[in-house]
Design a protein. Structure first.
Lengths: 300, 290
């Protein structure tokens, strides 16, 4: 049966692998470029201090400027200092890293999931597929498990690549926190790819048409992901303390009063992301189960 | 005798109140070539789909080669109306899928047959003619070595020449295996040569079932001047009046004598089938003959 899945889906699989590798290549290029940019920036800082110019973030102080002309020439190379000029230069990379990959995996998952049952029904090939010696249940289970596993592997690869890029991007001081990447690096993309795929399959089985299933699964995916993300961050136990004692890198959920805030310390990041992955797997499993019911009970 | 297909009180309902098939009792003996005839919407496809395990029985039971269709999927060779396959796939890949999904699949036989038919394994299904696609679908089914072929109008969209060609090779291939063939169509004439068993469906009910020779023995076609039917005690299946003559398909009854001016003959296959397909007559839904 697995051979049949391969025959039918190898084209899709190849396209998905190419798309994900292209995205990984893009994150790699952006990461190297960010490293390169940071090297240039440190060299510039060195040049500034060698020339006795004030550093970009200095507002006041006493500086022994040797040549005012050199300072004003150097100053314009990174206008506004580290954060504004890095942000300006890597705007696209940050968008890609924080949202782009999630959107890409929502699309890839739905594009592979939605036709799985719906396209078969549309082109009536389900009549051939379901009358081979393999039961309809085994057909459904083998297909969904094989494709979902492949998608999760791709999601994991892209998540790790994006995690690598993220560490280069935060060096640009755009944010001190990884929490902005909570649903787009490391384990998150694997869960999202699975959820989008499951929704595509199940809605395809319900609606029996590929395109409406694709649209519906993208919409439901957005709602479920936002819901799962909120639930994982807001409903899990938090630490509390005053705003000033929260360790750096914490994510402050509820600003409360200055003396008592609820936060997730940075050390909980990996645990919470694992919880997010598990929640997405459970939701996707339930969705696939209802997709099976629709596949089993739907008229032929 | 082992029944290739056995239905007891079988019915399928679409939605709330549309019955695709009702009160269906059938025993199709193994090894027969069965013509399943009926107008559109008579329940042919419903019966085929139920026998192929694609549709559940709403009431009653259906058995294929001694077990439920779902448990006997490997013994069923099903070709649906217009022989649908995966349009974007290559012929070779379709056969490969067959090999992966059927334990007893004869891959050698399948590729030989495709080659003999002059179909290139590299061709995409949607680039084939309707006849070639039907042949690929039939090959996929033949290589599975089923005990019951369910062929649901596989050539509904073929031109007459392609139909003739396909029909010949299909019956040759299927009956060569000793398997039972259930072939549905509303084109009656082309079934006569190949089939030896008949099932007529109408309005979701089985109207007639049995060995074709027996059925022809059990019926007569009687023709005479208008009004002759009023005198008789004939059990009329259907009647037609044209140009002052009334022709009726009746159940044979040797106790009745033919009146003057009446001619009678054994019904042809067409007369038998058409007689049970048209409305009218005093005929009730028939009990099983065989």
């Amino acid at each position: 049966m697995i051979g049949a899945v391969w025959r039918q889906h190898r084209g899709q699989a190849l396209l998905a692998v190419i798309a994900v590798l292209a995205l990984c290549l893009l994150t790699f290029i952006y990461g190297l470029s960010a490293e390169h940019w940071m090297t240039g920036y440190s060299r510039w800082l060195g040049q500034l201090s060698a020339a006795g110019c004030p550093p970009p973030d200095a507002h006041s102080g006493v500086f022994h400027v040797r040549s005012a002309a050199t300072c004003s020439a150097l100053k314009d190379r990174y206008p506004g200092g580290l954060q504004p000029s890095f942000g300006d230069r890597f705007h696209a990379a940050i968008l890609l890293s924080q949202y782009g990959l999630t959107i890409a995996f929502a699309l890839i998952g739905s594009l592979i999931g939605a036709p799985l049952v719906a396209r078969e029904i549309e082109q009536r090939s389900h009549l051939a597929a379901w009358t081979q010696s393999v039961s309809r249940r085994r057909w459904y289970v083998t297909k969904t498990v094989a494709l979902a596993s492949g998608l999760m592997v791709l999601g994991l690869v892209a998540g790790l690549a994006n995690g690598w890029l993220q560490r280069r991007l935060v060096s640009g001081d755009i944010t001190s926190s990884r929490w902005s990447w909570f649903s787009s690096i490391d384990l998150a993309l694997a869960g999202e790819a699975l959820l989008a795929f499951a929704l595509g399959v199940a809605l395809g089985a319900f609606l029996r048409r590929t395109l409406p299933a694709l649209g519906a699964s993208l919409a439901v995916f957005t709602l479920l992901l936002l819901g799962a993300r909120w639930a994982v961050l807001a409903l899990t136990p938090t630490s509390s303390g005053s705003a000033s004692t929260a360790p750096p890198g914490s994510w402050i959920l509820d600003p409360g009063t200055a003396s008592a805030v609820a936060y997730h310390p940075a050390s909980q990041y990996a645990a919470l992301q694992t919880v997010l992955l598990l929640v997405l797997i459970v939701v996707a499993g339930a969705v696939l189960l209802s997709g099976w019911r629709a596949t089993r009970d739907g008229a032929v | 005798m082992r029944a290739a297909l056995r239905c007891r009180d079988l019915a399928h309902r679409y939605g709330r109140d549309v019955w695709g098939l009702r009160d269906c009792d059938l025993d199709v003996p193994a090894g027969r070539v069965v013509a399943l005839v009926g107008p559109n919407g008579s329940g042919k496809t419903t019966l085929m789909n139920m026998a192929a395990g694609l549709l559940p029985a709403t009431t009653g039971s259906i058995e294929v080669v001694g077990d439920t269709p779902q448990a006997r999927l490997d013994r069923i060779g099903f070709v649906a109306q217009d022989a649908p396959l995966w349009p974007r796939m290559r012929v070779g890949d379709v056969l490969e899928i067959g090999r992966c999904m059927n334990p007893r699949f004869d891959a050698q036989m399948a590729s030989d047959r495709i080659e003999r038919l002059g179909i290139r394994p590299r061709s995409r299904i949607d680039a084939l003619s309707g006849g070639e696609r039907a042949q690929v679908a039939l090959t996929l089914v033949l290589a599975k070595k089923p005990e019951l072929f369910l062929l649901d109008e596989p050539m509904a969209n073929l031109d007459p020449l392609a139909r003739r060609e396909f029909l010949g090779s299909m019956f040759e291939a299927c009956s060569g295996t000793g398997a039972t063939v259930l072939y549905s169509s509303h084109a009656v004439a082309e079934l006569e040569r190949a089939c030896d068993y008949l099932i007529v469906l109408r309005g979701g009910h089985v109207r007639l079932v049995g060995d074709i020779d027996d059925l022809r023995m059990q019926h007569r076609v009687i023709r005479g001047p208008v009004g002759w039917l009023d005198r008789g005690g004939w059990d009329v299946v259907s009647e037609q009046t044209m140009a002052g003559q009334t022709t009726a398909l009746v159940r044979r009854d040797d106790t009745l004598t033919l009146g003057p001016g009446l001619q009678d003959a054994s019904p042809t296959f067409d007369e038998l089938v058409i007689g049970y397909l048209v409305d009218g007559g005093t005929a009730r839904p028939q009990e099983v003959f065989a």
